[in-house]
Design a protein around this ligand. Structure first.
Ligand code: GLA
Length: 319
């Protein structure tokens, strides 16, 4: 095979629903990955098979509307190829196969991993840095699924390495690798499937925009600004984002000073904030977090990612 690319999934240690308002996030790529193998072919059509679906994706180029492609996973492929073409690069024909170790719809960013893998194939031999790849893939996700996601998943996957957390400033779009301190490890557990399309994700994005119109950029706001918001729902949403941005920076400071207890406490506070203020958790996810917190070696646990289901991420004492 001429082409063999990989893109890993991710968990988010802390900083959820802060990316689309320009805040801070601390995700970490994980070992399971999506791979694409295949060869470039004459012409410019893409043919992809998947070990998870008997139906093949056939994309004659150029692609006008990625959101109408079938089977559905082909929409992410089409979205990325449309973005690569929009960047002025020629998309070469390709025939290949996708396989993945990431459970689909589990909150481990299987769609972003597919997007980044497709971009790595389509851009092979071209110069494109991680940020450009991530921005193309984010726009592809918007076009493919209609979910107005932030940049976290795509940038973490494009720029990161498994097991190494990345601190992303979603305003300057800079990425800094922050190693986990010795003595702790991160685990994650799949609880229930989730789908962001059709969920309240887009409503949360709108609510955060409303809050920004009221008090200015949320990453610069403080809790007294939040308390000035009259609408109780928008106030709660803003309180989550403003406090979560602080928690990300406090968590990074705790990582640097090897303060394991504070790291765990901040993860629990982050979960409570999503549970009560941002309302992206569910009773099943809350119960799974409580169960995890009751385990002896667990320092902290929280729902990770977009929410409404998915995975619980935990920080544990090592050894
Ligand atoms: C999803 C989105 C991300 C981010 C998270 C919540 O994973 O794709 O951009 O908003 O939800 O932190």
């Amino acid at each position: 095979m001429a082409i063999d690319v990989r893109a890993h999934g991710r968990v988010n240690l802390i900083g959820d629903h802060t990316d689309y308002s320009g805040g801070w996030v601390l995700p970490m790529p994980i070992a399971p990955f999506t791979s694409i193998t295949g060869d470039f072919v004459d012409g410019d059509d893409w043919h992809l098979s998947s070990e998870n679906d008997p139906d093949m994706v056939h994309l004659p180029l150029p692609i006008d509307d990625p959101s109408s492609v079938r089977p559905e996973w082909g929409r992410y492929v089409a979205g990325v190829l449309a973005e690569v073409a929009r960047s002025g690069r020629r998309v070469r024909g390709f025939r290949g196969r996708v396989s993945t170790e990431l459970p689909i719809g589990s909150g481990l960013s299987s769609s972003a991993a597919l997007e980044v893998a497709v971009a790595r194939v389509a851009l092979s031999g071209e110069h494109a840095d991680a940020l450009e790849v991530a921005e193309m893939c984010r726009r592809a996700e918007h076009r493919a699924s209609g979910v107005p996601c932030g940049i976290m998943d795509q940038l973490c996957i494009a720029a990161g390495e498994p097991g190494r957390p990345v601190l992303i400033d979603c305003t300057s779009l800079t990425v800094e690798h922050v190693p986990l301190p010795p003595g702790v490890r991160v685990t994650y557990e799949f609880v229930t499937p989730r789908r962001l399309a059709g969920s309240e994700y887009a409503t949360r994005v709108k609510e955060s925009q409303l809050a920004t119109e009221m008090i200015g950029p949320l990453r610069e706001a403080d809790i007294s600004d939040v308390e000035s918001i009259a609408d109780p729902v928008v106030r709660r949403r803003a309180r989550h984002i403003v406090s979560e941005n602080h928690r990300v920076l406090d968590f990074v400071a705790a990582m640097r000073s090897r303060d394991h207890e504070s790291m765990g406490r901040l993860m629990v506070e982050s979960h409570r904030s999503m549970q009560f203020d941002y309302e992206t958790s569910t009773s099943t996810m809350d119960a799974a977090v409580e169960r995890t917190l009751a385990e002896r070696d667990v320092l902290g646990a929280r729902l990770t990612g977009g929410g409404f289901g998915g995975c619980v991420v935990a920080l544990r004492r090592d050894g």
